[in-house]
Design a binder for this molecule. Structure first.
Ligand code: PLP
Length: 376
């Protein structure tokens, strides 16, 4: 969608509400830290499981958040973003034929990650409008073949922040069926309502949880490719081997720069949340004014907006129309489901954008009115 929009409308006109990628300036302290790391000579391979300052920084941050010591040498592995973290984890921890439970709608990579690792994905619905879990449906998905469950909180694409009760239910099923939890917490610091809870902090779960996060979203550096995995030593061992053969390591100077960013004061996170709250509110109220059915996400930076009122044949037709006629790129809801039919009623709008970009995009969308959109 990003590419089509750029191709048809050029970089000046194209508004990118498709990809979860900031269009605002990177914090100059990060740029300086990266330049310094290069000047200081961190230009060759780091240790494959990650530069020591980054692993120490992640362990320190997580030890404070979780109230237990995280060991930087045996539990933390740096990766090329959360993307590589997830596939390295699955290749290491899942055997061909195992089942992996994935809530849907899901971040696009999880399905292919399962398939690449030979696992059979088993989808469990998050039910709109609250994107709630049906406990019986979840219970039915667990069986003797279940090796893992993937949890993404805060959630892309819905913005759902899993509650303690939901995580407790998942944890009890993992314990009952001897399954591991793989949690993608890349949006851990972008939470508007509720509280971000790590599965690893639930009773008896630290030993069977693999926690994935990274710098892309917290520090707005999606192009740096710095992520990390926190897992018990026995699981970290396997993950490190796969990671070594997949990528050797993520860029050394950028790992060192992210280590410096992990020392930012608490005010950085308060500001990050405040800025995103403003963007979220602008996007949600604007979309509702335009005729979309948009609920405010509790976290992350996406809105799954209902498109029922516009009269398009489906999500693809509408996404195509928005690019061709309004220069606005979105992601069709069907991209987030194993059965595309389930996502036909939504488009995903992402808002890690300048307020001005959000306003320009909404201005273009105001031309659309319920039932009056030109059919493609
Ligand atoms: N996980 C989720 C849920 C995401 O939404 C994204 C990016 O949009 C990623 C992982 C990718 O993260 P990274 O840039 O660290 O690979």
């Amino acid at each position: 969608m990003t590419r089509l929009n750029l191709e048809l409308n050029g970089p000046e006109r194209a508004i990118n509400f498709a990809q979860g990628m900031p269009d605002f300036e990177t914090d100059p302290r990060l740029i300086e830290a990266a330049a310094k790391a290069m000047r200081d000579g961190h230009n060759q391979y780091a240790t494959t499981w990650g530069a020591a300052p980054l692993r120490r920084g992640v362990a320190h941050k997580q030890s404070l958040a979780w109230g237990r010591e995280v060991d930087p040498d045996r539990e933390v592995t740096a990766s090329c973003g959360a993307t590589e973290a997830m596939i390295a984890t699955m290749l290491a921890a899942v055997d061909p034929g195992d089942e992996v439970i994935v809530f849907e709608p899901f971040y696009e990579n999880y399905g292919p990650d399962c398939i690449l690792s030979g696992a059979v994905p088993r989808y469990v619905s998050l039910h709109p409008p609250e994107w709630s879990i049906d406990p019986d449906e979840l219970r039915r998905a667990f069986n003797a073949k279940t090796r893992a469950i993937v949890i993404n909180t805060p959630h892309n694409p819905t913005g759902k922040v899993y509650t303690r009760a939901e995580l407790e239910l998942i944890a009890s099923l993992c314990l009952e069926h001897d399954a591991i939890a793989i949690t993608d917490e890349i949006y851990e610091h972008i939470v508007y309502e509720g509280e971000h809870i790590s599965m690893a902090t639930l009773p008896d779960m630290a030993g069977r949880t693999i926690t994935i996060s990274g710098a892309s979203k917290t520090f707005s550096v999606t192009g740096w490719r710095v992520g990390w995995i926190i897992a018990p030593p026995v699981l970290s061992n396997g993950i490190r081997k796969v990671h070594d053969f997949l990528t050797v390591g993520s860029p050394h100077p950028l790992q060192v720069a992210v280590a410096a960013a992990l020392e930012f004061p608490a005010s950085f996170y308060v500001e990050l949340r405040g800025d995103y709250l403003e963007r979220r509110d602008a996007m949600v109220s604007g979309l509702n004014e335009c005729g979309f059915a948009a609920a405010a996400p509790g976290g992350a930076y996406y809105v799954m907006a209902g498109i029922a009122g516009f009269g398009f044949d489906d999500d693809l037709a509408m996404a195509d129309h928005l690019i061709r006629n309004l220069a606005v790129a979105t992601v069709p809801g069907s991209s987030f489901y194993h059965d595309p039919a389930l996502g036909r009623g939504h488009l995903r709008f992402s808002f890690p954008k300048k307020l001005d970009t959000i306003e320009r995009g909404l201005e273009a969308l105001r031309g659309l009115k319920q039932g009056s959109a030109r059919r493609p």
